[in-house]
Design a protein around this ligand. Sequence first.
Ligand SMILES: *Cc1c(COP(=O)(O)O)cnc(C)c1O
Length: 242
Amino acid sequence: MTLAAAVETIRKTIEKTAKNRLLSTDSVTLLAASKGQSAARIEEAIALGVAVFGENKVQEAAEKWPAIKQRHQNVALHLIGPLQTNKVKDALALFDVIQTLDRPSLANSLAKELKNWGNEELKKKESSIPQFFNSSIPTFYIQINTGEEPQKAGVLPKDADAFIEDCVTGLKLPVVGLMCVPPADQPPAPHFALLRTIALRHGLRELSMGMSGDYETAIRMGSTCVRVGTALFGERKRELEK
Ligand SMILES: *Cc1c(COP(=O)(O)O)cnc(C)c1O
C-alpha cells in the first residue's frame, strides 16, 4: 500500500469509529509513529496532511527534526519513548508534547528545568540543539504501566493517583493526559478502560492509547490520540524497534 493510501484508510477508519463511539465526543488525533523513518518519508506524510508525529528516542529526533520543524512550523512532535534525566534539556527543546513522564526523578528534573526556563527566557535561550528551540513549554502525559510488566516503563496503577497528584499539584507540571502501551499478549480493552478510569478521576482529558493493531478498539474506549506506525509506514526493521 502507498503511504497516501494508508493515510486515507486510517483517517477514514478513525473518523468512522470516532463518530460512532459513545464514550467520548472529543476528537481523535492521528499521531504517526515515525521511529526509523527517514526525513524524506516524514516529509511525504506531512505533504499528505499528517500533522502530529511521535519519536521514541531523543537522539534520533535531534538528528531528524530540527530541519523538518523549520520547514513545517505547524507540525507537532511528541516523545513516545523513555526519557533519561540527562536528556531532559534536549527533550524540552525538541518536543511539543512528552508522553512518557513515568517516574518521580524525571518529574523533578523536568520541573527544575522548567523553573529555569521562564517562557521569555526560553525564547532567548540558546538550546543545545543548534538553531532550534521550542517557542512554548511542552505539555505532558503520564505513562501508566497498566499491565504491570516489569520490563515496561510507566507508573504502576496503584501508584498512579499519588504520582499524578504530585506532578500536577506539587510540581505544577502541565500534565494534560495519560498514555499506555498494553501487554502485547493480552486483549487491550481492559487496559484502555483502566487508563480512562484513572484519567477521569483526575480530570485529565487526553488519552494516548491505540497502535496499529488496536486503534479502533482504543477509539471506542475513549482515545484522543492513536499512535500508528506500521499501518502507516509498513513494517519496521527489527533493529529499529524500541
Ligand atoms: C512504535 C510505537 C508505536 C507504533 O506502533 P505500531 O504497532 O507500529 O503502530 C506506538 N507507540 C509507541 C510507544 C511505540 O514505540
